[in-house]
Design a binder for this molecule. Structure first.
Ligand SMILES: [Zn+2]
Ligand SMILES: [Zn+2]
Length: 388
């Protein structure tokens, strides 16, 4: 599922000699997937340099409305509704961490507050909108969008380290589209500047430059999910790719949390219809009409009589919250009794939150869920990798 890029390779491509994540810039495609035809840009200070097709213009004027409008294969930029120029690309470049408001008006989408720089590009008669900001500002925005503003401080440090590791391992994920990350679940959810809880930016600052590596000093696939139901699962059982650090962990921290249990009823009619479709070559009449299925510890496959189905397939085919479930026969229906929420690989968020609340450090939490890993400073990692 995830392709690990060799550290040395992407270092050369993207880092140059930058050894700190405050200076590392990330290009995030915003409103990804929306066909944007008109956008308002509202600077909140005079610190934005306007660059049109590579040519510097006058600085942006605070509290003015700049409209960027798609015009065939170009963009038209207007200031307070008076046209300025047609162009292929338009940049508002911030001289520091100042923020701006952005509001798509065609289609009408919610306003966001972003920080640092923005690049508008004409793309197939629509507008491509990229926010270019420091890695740590991006990490803070992702944490707020992904886990909200009410989590314990030590847990924010866990998320910051995981998120930073993920980004640096996937800088080329959208190389073909011309940016580093999209703003959706496909990469990590990003809705703009983190503002709701000062602890988030503090946690990002305190862990700045920290990333997680395996025994070979490769950045790990920092997988996480909502709740493991009491046990995480090996990546080999879900993604068919074994990783030394993504091994099953017994987890008692999450078993009383919100997503620890779930139930779903499936009619037997639908169940047998499914079996007939999935196994046309098997006489499903031989499959017992009444059966129970138990999964006391996590398995890879559902096995009853001669039928074997990958649990991950059952999860997606019946939209179940997890692969960690048992089945009880209730006459006309089957009751799926499940534990946990998500794929179950790597860090269990609700368990990690509980650990943070009970006094474990962010490093303890990371080492509990990821085996044989080390939290290292990027600059030291560069030093060691360079000796290879
Ligand atoms: Zn993406
Ligand atoms: Zn758990």
């Amino acid at each position: 599922m995830f392709k690990q890029v060799s550290f040395t390779f992407f270092w050369v491509l993207f880092f140059g000699f930058v050894t700190n994540t405050e200076a590392q810039l990330i290009d995030v495609n915003c409103y990804n997937g929306s066909l944007l035809s008109d956008i308002e840009f509202l600077p909140t200070s005079n610190d934005f340099e306007l660059i049109i097709d590579g040519e510097k213009q006058k600085s942006a004027i605070v509290n003015s409305i700049y409209n960027i409008t798609a015009d065939d294969d170009s963009l038209l930029i207007s200031l307070d509704f008076s046209p300025i120029k047609k162009a292929k690309n338009i940049i508002f470049k911030a001289s520091n961490n100042c923020s701006f408001k952005i509001k798509p008006t065609l289609p009408l989408l919610s306003q966001r507050i972003l920080e640092q720089s923005v690049l508008f590009t004409s793309s197939n008669c629509f507008i491509k909108l990229d926010n270019i900001l420091s890695l740590d500002n991006y990490v803070a925005g992702v944490i707020e969008a992904e886990v909200g503003s009410k989590q314990p401080f030590e847990y924010y440090k866990v998320q910051a380290t995981i998120c930073r590791t993920y980004v640096l391992a996937h800088m080329r994920k959208h190389e073909k589209e011309g940016y580093n990350m999209c703003d959706k679940e496909h990469c990590q959810v990003f809705k703009g500047k983190s503002m709701a809880n000062i602890d988030i930016t503090k946690a990002v600052d305190e862990t700045s430059n920290s990333v997680i590596v395996d025994e070979n000093l490769n950045l790990i696939v920092a997988a996480f999910h909502s709740n493991c139901g009491g046990q995480t699962i090996s990546s080999a059982d879900i993604w068919n790719k074994a990783q030394s650090y993504l091994q099953p962990v017994r987890d008692t921290f999450c078993i009383n949390s919100r997503n620890a249990h779930w139930e779903k009823e499936v009619s037997k009619k639908n169940w047998f219809k499914y079996l007939n479709k999935k196994f046309p070559q098997i006489d499903s009449i031989k499959f017992p009409r009444n059966f129970n299925y138990a999964q006391p510890i996590r398995s890879k496959e559902f096995v009853v009589k001669d039928i074997k189905i990958l649990l991950k397939d059952l999860r997606s085919d019946f939209t179940l919250k997890s692969t960690f479930f048992s089945v009880e026969d209730a006459g006309e229906t089957l009751i799926f009794k499940g534990r946990g929420f998500g794929h179950g690989i790597g860090l269990c968020q609700e368990g990690a939150i509980r650990m943070a609340k009970t006094g474990y450090s962010y490093a303890d939490i990371i080492h509990f869920y990821f085996k044989n890993v080390t939290i290292v400073n990027l600059s030291k990692l560069f030093f060691f990798k360079d000796l290879d």
